[in-house]
Design a protein around this ligand. Structure first.
Ligand SMILES: [Zn+2]
Length: 428
């Protein structure tokens, strides 16, 4: 009975958390034992979903897989995180691990840990991976997930800067996970183009058949069109083009950036340099946060939303076979108002691919089914069913949500093609 009561009051706070503003809840939640409320707050195990799901939630889930060739279902944006440096070389900035060096970062990190079901920092890497595999294994028709390495911030001299690095995931760690789980994962490596060994390492992976490379310019300090680093960048793009590699680059603002001065590096226009060398590019998150700043006045009018710039680029005839965008994070509360615009722009739909941005869908405060309902993207019944799925499997929730939501006026949905392997972006 006591356990039931505690559970009920936890549930009430959890429900309330979906009604408060992000920051207040983040802070209040952070101070609440281990951030479970704004972090994970999963009530059930993924393995119990099939047995226990209500008829309504099951129907919504089955509907989501209808019309999808599940053998080629793909998620092009899944993060690997870790902090067991001695074991795997993974790294999280100290400033994120201690409340004394920055409360907000600390809380954010506690939330991430909770969402990824990490309970023991000594076992963080293993727990993160075990949870991810558990979620995938218990999804009906999981398909394959692209898991991302994450390079250090580097300065223009090609030296890593640990103080400016938020987190690091080595390529070899990602490759090892893929080799051990080839049916579940494909590799997305990360090599900073300013590194002194950048092209050598890039070529080594290219020759091993690795096709995808991840950059997060704002967090890593990469200017994709830098004049001073032109020679390094051109040599890098040359190899990518030669091996038909795909650059998955974060576009738009980024919350996990250490230094605000690097924020405008997410301007999608800087990716023209790679595209014009014939490199395939995926604009992660479709530049759905931020706008052109005074700094970029020479290339785009200040105040122009980055997403408008990105949509315009996708429509340019010379980029039809080269430029793509992933829809990861578009359902997040601070980005969801863009969904109507993306759904209405049917001309770009064939260039969209799916990505979960896991573990973000597992941070329950980030995706608010309440506001998705009040905005008209989902119905009240769908919201109830989706919340039920979330409690078992946030990764499945992310997929079912993206398959369910519709344009608030026209009812237009994302086409099936978004959720399977793109013929121009093969993963094997
Ligand atoms: Zn991401």
């Amino acid at each position: 009975m006591l356990a039931y009561k505690v559970d009920q009051s936890l549930r009430r706070i959890y429900q309330a958390s979906r009604d408060c503003s992000f920051v207040i809840v983040l802070i209040a939640g952070g101070l609440w034992s281990g951030c479970d409320l704004v972090g994970g707050a999963f009530n059930y195990k993924p393995k119990d979903l099939q047995e226990n799901l209500s008829a309504e939630a099951r129907a919504l889930m089955e509907q989501a897989f209808k019309g999808i060739d599940t053998s080629v279902r793909r998620d092009y944006h899944t993060h690997i995180l870790g902090m067991n440096t001695d074991l795997n070389g993974t790294f999280v900035n100290e400033g994120w691990q201690s409340p004394w060096s920055g409360l907000l970062h600390y809380i954010q990190f506690e939330v991430y840990k909770s969402s990824a079901a990490i309970t023991d920092v000594e076992q963080a890497d293993a727990q993160y991976l075990a949870r991810l595999k558990d979620l995938i294994q218990h999804m009906p028709h999981a398909g394959k997930f692209g898991i991302m390495a994450f390079d250090y911030f580097h300065n223009e001299q090609g030296q890593p800067d640990l103080l400016l690095t938020t987190f690091h995931v080595p390529n070899d760690y990602v490759m090892k996970i893929v080799q051990e789980n080839p049916d579940v994962f494909f590799p997305i490596i990360s090599i900073h183009p300013y590194r002194t060994d950048a092209t050598t390492v890039l070529k080594q992976y290219a020759e091993q058949g690795v096709r995808f490379v991840k950059w997060l310019p704002n967090a890593m300090g990469i200017h994709p069109a830098s004049e001073t680093m032109k020679d390094k960048l051109e040599a890098y793009y040359e190899i990518m083009h030669e091996y038909d590699m795909v650059l998955i680059s974060h576009t738009g603002d980024e919350k996990a950036t250490e230094a605000e001065e690097f924020q405008n590096l997410g301007n999608p226009l800087f990716l023209r340099k790679a595209l014009d060398r014939g490199v395939k590019v995926v604009m992660a998150h479709l530049a759905s946060l931020g706008e052109c700043t005074e700094e970029d006045a020479s290339i785009c009018p200040p105040g122009t939303p980055y997403i408008d710039v990105a949509i315009h680029m996708l429509k340019e005839p010379q980029y039809q076979q080269l430029l793509f965008a992933d829809i990861s994070a578009l359902t997040q509360d601070n980005r969801k108002d863009n969904l109507n615009k993306v759904l209405a722009n049917t001309a770009i739909h064939s260039q969209l691919i799916n990505g979960s941005d896991y573990p973000l869908p597992a941070v329950n405060i980030v995706i608010q089914t309440r506001t998705l309902e009040s905005s008209g993207y989902i119905t009240a019944q769908e919201r109830t069913a989706l919340n039920e799925i979330y409690d078992y499997n946030p990764l499945l929730f992310d997929f079912v949500l993206k398959r369910t939501l519709r344009h608030t006026e026209t009812g237009m949905k994302f086409p099936h093609s978004v959720f399977v392997e793109h013929s121009l972006l093969p993963t094997d």
